[in-house]
Design a protein around this ligand. Structure first.
Ligand code: C2O
Length: 409
């Protein structure tokens, strides 16, 4: 249990911000299955009828048109997918469809959808000797640069200098936005476990608890370990980021396959926006360590070459050519899930000394704390856990929900 602190939040609900190096729960867990392993390479033709495809293909830019658009490109504004005009949505679908079609023709096309999805896969596996960009302080900057690269590629595919990658703000409505679903839609992915009519459990989207994290490490991940150290992820990654990846399931349920599903761009657009939302609350209290600021990542450019961007140049979105309409989230009122003793659950007993400390903090009006569990074996991957805390004689009280996603080693 780490230090806790009062906040000004008007929300009376108690938040525990957890940090997990292993896996644990004070009791109670639920699991959602998800397929993972071999990327399922979805062909555009799996979804589209010939006539539908011709409609989208009309938007494809010639190389000259793409070049002109990318030269004229200025700062674009990213919107929530549900706020796009019909024309903007059609263009977004067309751009993704064009990139998918390129990969159908040549899976090695660097401007194709398969190539962009594998770019993400490269950074979640230690087997290919790249940095692991999840579970650590590179999580936000790496994904910011990555979406920027995908955004440019989509803009060039349709030769649209104003194209902005939409984000999917799941706090607006706790359902997969219908824009991403349905056959005949290049944004669809048939491996998902849920459709636009299934509600995302509200405790999966507890954004406020994460936004209260007072320092960058707790919010977004701890320093990359030198040598043998452990990777420790931040609260936002472990809570709503992982919860929603895993809930959508299928390709999204594991890092190596996640970016094959076009909804990845919407989910991560919202994660990227949460970084700005956190900075709006806490200021730019970012790491000053050169090992963070000066780390440089390599990303594909819109025409399939490579560019290098340092973390310190990704702090302001305008440097990457975009901004957000706003960084406001709706506060969902989360009904605490009920404790089900029959559910797959396991208990962690807290030693008396810590139990007393927790009780004292709670009495003194604290709103969140950091629970750290170490050296607990993870029984299965992915694993979604609901935490309840209880004292003898009282029924367990819901605290929070987190997920551990599989990382390839
Ligand atoms: Cu690189 Cu949401 O994963």
């Amino acid at each position: 249990m780490k230090k806790s602190k009062k906040t000004n939040s008007g929300n009376a609900r108690r938040h525990f911000i957890k940090q997990v190096a292993g896996i644990a729960a004070l009791s109670g867990s639920i699991g959602f299955g998800a397929g993972f392993g071999i990327p399922r390479i979805a062909k555009a033709i799996d979804y589209l009828q010939p006539g539908e495809w011709e409609e989208y293909r009309k938007y494809e830019a010639t190389p000259e048109q793409a070049l002109r658009a990318m030269r004229e490109r200025k700062i674009v504004t990213r919107k929530h997918i549900g706020d796009l005009t019909a024309q903007e949505l059609t263009k977004f679908k067309a751009a993704v469809g064009i990139m998918r079609a390129r990969s159908d023709i040549n899976p090695l096309d660097p401007t194709g959808w398969t190539s962009q999805a594998l770019q993400h896969a490269l950074y979640c596996s230690s087997a290919v000797r790249n940095l692991q960009v999840h579970w650590c302080w590179f999580f936000l900057p790496w994904h910011r640069g990555y979406l920027h690269s995908v955004e440019n590629m989509l803009a060039a595919a349709i030769g649209d200098k104003d194209f902005a990658l939409p984000y999917w703000d799941w706090t607006r409505k706790p359902y997969i936005d219908p824009a991403y679903s349905g056959f005949g839609n290049p944004l669809h992915d048939q491996t998902r476990l849920y459709t636009s009519t299934d509600q995302i459990p509200l405790d999966f989207m507890d954004i406020e608890a994460a936004l209260q994290a007072p320092n960058f490490f707790q919010f977004a991940g701890y320093p990359y370990p030198d040598g043998q150290g452990e990777l420790v992820e931040g609260v936002m990654e472990q809570s709503f980021h992982n919860n929603i990846h895993n809930w959508i399931g299928g390709n999204m349920g594991a890092f190596p396959t996640a970016a094959f599903d076009p909804i990845f761009t919407g989910h991560h657009g919202n994660i990227d926006r949460a970084w700005d939302a956190w900075m709006a609350i806490h200021g730019k209290k970012l790491p000053t360590d050169e090992r963070w600021l000066n780390t440089v990542f390599t990303y594909p450019t819109w025409d399939g070459r490579l560019t290098r961007i340092a973390v310190k140049d990704m702090i302001k979105t305008k440097n990457l050519g975009y901004e957000f309409t706003d960084v406001e989230y709706r506060q969902l009122s989360i009904t605490p899930p009920a404790f089900k003793p029959g559910a797959t659950s396991f208990e962690v007993n807290v030693v008396d000394k810590h139990r007393q400390q927790i009780a004292n903090k709670m009495k003194s009006g604290r709103r969140y704390g950091l629970l750290k569990f170490e050296r607990v074996q993870v029984p299965t991957h992915p694993l979604c856990v609901r935490i309840f805390i209880g004292t003898e004689g009282k029924s367990p009280q819901y605290i929070s929900t987190f997920t551990i996603l599989p990382v390839q080693t």
